[in-house]
Design a protein around this ligand. Structure first.
Ligand code: SF4
Ligand code: SF4
Length: 331
């Protein structure tokens, strides 16, 4: 006998608890409720959106596709959307060499010092899919997406009730603040829609991230975020040379930034990694490539990390930093 909606719903909650996800939601793509969502996604991803010019190029280019998840999964009947807290992802023991010499260090967002969340999330969601197939006793077509297809994960997560998009543009989940990553499982069956967690983001009375963001990327106006001022954009997405004001905006950070998420109520702040800039700037490039392989640092790559490292040293203006800059120029 095939399991009923209630037992599938209970199974989803139980399996997600066992796999340590902090939230899960289901979105059926052929229901009336989805038509309303599709209209809202269209508004957000339209080139007339007030935020459009602020977006990074990759977002602009893929905005039409992002406006409807059916573009990515035309065969799918439902999506299960999962959130996992970064602080529960195991630490990556083979990461960049660190230094205790502050003047020669560059900060790396704490999540990058964990196992790559793309790999980790994909494995967790795959385990869920295997158990779901066992429960239903039938072949189900599935596809996992963790930043691998142009879909609007955050909007889908918010619309389906997994959490709320905060002023810092991250998804906030009950009990976890904004320190979570998202993944999506597309399925060719409908699943029972789940009860939404009782959660309201405290943004309207909090404003901590607006106060603490050092670059002015967070304006405090809901739905408005200055991507091009955010260190995550500047250190990873911005290609080529950094302008002078962009170098200054990097401060001490060579990859991402943890500040707004660490002040978000409920978050479990991760310690940033203090990467050794001397190693990053002087070590053989192929050795660095091996070290950052299968980590989030592979995305910007050695060239951008080194560009960021030079900007950080320039910001410090310390004697030891200047002497490293001189060595790099001779190298
Ligand atoms: S820090 Fe406060 S204002 Fe900012 S996203 Fe978190 S709850 Fe919202
Ligand atoms: S990641 Fe850093 S730079 Fe970007 S919005 Fe948050 S605090 Fe500002």
């Amino acid at each position: 006998m095939r399991p009923g909606k209630e037992s599938i719903g209970n199974f989803i909650h139980g399996a997600c608890g066992e796999l340590d996800f902090c939230a899960v939601s289901v979105l059926n793509l052929n229901h009336d409720s989805y038509a309303g969502l599709a209209g809202r996604l269209n508004d957000i991803y339209s080139s007339d959106s007030p935020n459009f010019n602020e977006w990074p190029e990759y977002l602009k280019k893929s905005s039409g596709k992002r406006a409807d998840p059916k573009n990515a999964f035309p065969w799918a009947k439902s999506l299960a959307i999962f959130a996992f807290p970064f602080h529960r992802i195991p630490v990556n023991r083979n990461f960049l060499p660190e230094t205790t010499e502050d003047d020669l260090s560059g900060l790396v967002a704490g999540y990058a010092g964990r196992i790559d969340y793309h790999v980790f999330m994909e494995e967790q969601i795959a385990k869920f899919a295997v158990e779901l197939k066992k429960l239903t006793g039938r072949e189900i077509r599935t596809e996992i997406c963790v930043d691998t297809k142009p879909i609007a994960e955050k909007s889908l997560a918010a619309f389906s009730g997994i959490g709320v998009i905060g002023l810092n543009s991250c998804i906030l989940c009950k009990g976890e603040g904004s320190g979570t990553c998202l993944g999506v499982l597309a399925l060719d069956i409908e699943l029972p829609e789940l009860e939404k967690p009782d959660f309201a983001a405290p943004c309207s009375t909090c404003g901590k991230c607006v106060e603490k963001c050092p670059t002015g990327a967070i304006t405090g106006r809901p739905g408005e975020f200055k991507y091009r001022k955010c260190r995550s954009y500047l250190t990873m997405e911005k290609k080529g040379v950094l302008e002078k004001d962009e170098c200054l905006m990097l401060g001490d950070w060579i990859f991402g930034c943890d500040i707004c998420t660490s002040f978000c109520p409920g978050s479990h702040p991760l310690k940033p990694v203090k990467a050794d800039l001397e190693w990053l700037l002087l070590e053989n490039e192929s050795i660095i490539r091996d070290v950052i392989k299968n980590t989030p640092l592979e995305y910007p790559g050695v060239k951008l990390l080194r560009r960021n490292a030079l900007a950080v040293l320039g910001n410090r203006k310390s004697a030891i930093g200047k002497s490293l800059l001189a060595k790099v120029n001779i190298h």
